[in-house]
Design a protein around this ligand. Sequence first.
Ligand code: PHE
Ligand code: ZN
Length: 898
Amino acid sequence: GIAAAAAAVAAYWAYRKLRSKKAASDGKVLRSAYAPPPYTIEHVDLDFILTEAEAVVYSTLRVKSNHAAGGPLYLDGEDLELRSISLDGVPLQEGTGYTRGEEGLTVLSPPAKPLPFELKIVVATKPQDNTQLSGLYKTSGNYCTQCEAVGFRRITYFLDRPDVMSTYKVRVEADKKLYPILLSNGNEVGRGDLPAGRHWAAFEDPFKKPCYLFALVAAKLEGIESEFTTCSGRKVRLYIWSESENKDQLDWAMQSLKDSMAWDERKYGREYDLDVFHIVAVNDFNMGAMENKGLNVFNTACVLAKQSTATDDDYERVQGVVAHEYFHNWTGNRVTCRDWFQLTLKEGLTVYRDQTFSADMTSPAVQRIENVRVMRSHQFVEDSGPMAHPIRPESYLAIDNFYTLTVYEKGAEVIRMYHTLLGEEGFRKGTDLYFDRHDGCAVTCDDFRAAMADANGRDLTQFERWYTQAGTPTVKAAGAYDGATKTYTLTLSQSTPPTPGQPTKLPLHIPVRIKLLDRKGGALLPERILELTEASQTFVFNSIASEPVLSLLRGFSAPVKLDFPLSDETLAFLAAHDDDPFNRWDASQQLGKRVLLALVAEWQVADRQSRQQLELPDAFVATFKATLAASLDASLKAYSLALPDYSVLAQDMSPIDPDALIAVLRFARRSLGQRMRKELLAMYESLTSPNEKFSVAPSEVGRRRLRNVCLDFLAAGGDEQSLQMCRKHFHAATTMTDRLAAFKALAPFPSEALDEVQSIFYERAKANNEALVINKWFAVQASTYSTDALEKVKALTKHEAFDGTNPNRVRSVINTFAALNPAAFHDLSGSGYEYIGTQVLDLDKRNPQVASRLCNNFRDWKKYNQKRQALMKAQLVRIRDCKTVSKDVFEIASRSLE
Ligand code: PHE
Ligand code: ZN
């Protein structure tokens, strides 16, 4: 009893401390400090009375002690007005029955017995004032909830941790006219009218779940409805809801949902488990979407799609996110996380599942390239900066800050490596065992690894290091061919650079997929997987008939960097002949990177005049030409022609010189556009099909993608002829993909054509009430460099359509400027930094989660020159030391400064 009481009190003070941000390091939650909950909540009964003034929540909890002894019961709660609390029918008094702090409430002496007792708690909140969009809030006049990770405590007092799993019964009561649609998790079990124009509905979710999966919606919405018959013959009703003007943009999500349901049965043997599945689209949402049991809530940007408003990339995102949230039903909901350090258990696995689903629905090679681009352009950067963390972090101040590319994308790469090591069948045996063992439980990453190992009789002990070590490993390769003995000797060595708090690293278990090619691209050694487990290892291959070309890390078989210097000729050979489409693309990118970085170095030492004389090497133009002419899938061709992006180039520069990078990228595009004009025009024309019937089939997506890449190069000169070409492209367009491509290509060139396109783009979106299109319109402008870019961005925030309370709109202008307009953000005057610093602090007052993401733009300040470092650091200090800063933003600013 005493021990448990002491633990509860200690837990309480830990929470209080968390509040005092100056002692941030003390307030951190540690993975090593995990302890099972002293109490569990078996069943939850919630009654929501929603009125315009407030939401009153009546909660009845059936609580059971996990020890025989009892002791104080600490419940999380934030921004709640407590109306009453009683235990087994007896009201509790403050001071004697319970105590209250800013972050929770302690029931001082619950009955000391293993039997369940009943806590009844009544609280009130003001959803209309909830600008954080966590908990119960209003969006466009509708009620909705967001509970992951720790939003349920903003709805009622609770043990807000994922290892407390309960069954739920929920009743919602609201005005019938204003909120005709009432939804919560599980199956509807009752509905009726009430006096004064009100109505109610009741729901039961038979599956135990952590409270982060709770959801409620009370709204005026319209929807589409369909049905899916599961593999065992059960019929499931499917609904997708949105505001009425979006009703014509829901079909693609419905198709994607059905495809996901069928795929999960086929690929993983996972069947849906309720009679109904809802998706609700909302305008105001901090993240992409949320997998609440049977009631997914989506950011409109991840669910709406139609030809005239969504690009092909948008269609792809909708398909991927719908699948992702649906797949969570098994990987996340049925089997959930024990604590938030295990986040990658559900996210890495579910991202891996949605990536492979998308690959099956479209093209594996294209999908792989897109996924690796995200890893290299963004995750590698995170992994090399002050916020670097293992996919299973060791500590946090605000868990919302750890929904990162590392946890999600690198986490998915780690899952993919199990698949690579164990093969398709072995991997499936592993997931089967995982579901068998842990259905209905809250488990850890170690449990997943154990299932993979046990199902296959494999030792995966060393593999754990992927979960404990941060940073991107480098694999160094050196190959030698001996013509006399016909042997090829390959030495692979690995190292991982230090990251904050992890000065030394141990060798990882790395699957390296290779093949030895002959000079025509044929095989001298069939594809195989080498397991690199030591710091350095040598592999010898016999009977290799002639000197091979090594195709290394095929398909990006591990999330590592390669140190394998190849000649330009060998890269050009691989770009043309490697039979692994990923590696072929990769070789084209390595070549491009080499050429562009050399130009950057030239640009930096050149004076104004000699900068005019920069030239692309003829060999590079020749490779470009060969790629353009090759017989290759259109999307693959488009991606091979595209130049390596800013972020990829910046990673090989110290200090990063945004001006030089942007100037050289512009120059290279313009130069290729001029030197390849004839070929690009011919390709563009050949891909123009005037009577196209809209389709997102991979061939059509590829056609538009390649055609728009050609347009982009052709327009890069900004001459009158190409401006007119863009204008024509815009007017002839029947898809948002093409319209947006024309607008983007024109954007850097102030002209009549740009004015015309820009205004038509906006007026049409405004007339049709298309918020997502208006976001694109804002984003194109905010990402366009000009000497007065910052002034333009400030003007955009005064535009009639700007809305500082809508996260999508804020991101489309402000985050876009900070993240995608590097030459302006990093302007040496410091004005861009100052502006974003001010925005972070301003946003933080309303929405810490969105502010914290924006603050990440200062994170890599140490990678810039002294002048910029000082200016960025000043903003970080200003943010960190602001007295009212949230713990979310404080954590990013303070860790960035460490
Ligand atoms: N769990 C959600 C997903 O991966 C992401 C999310 C996190 C949404 C936190 C809202 C809040 O799809
Ligand atoms: Zn997820």
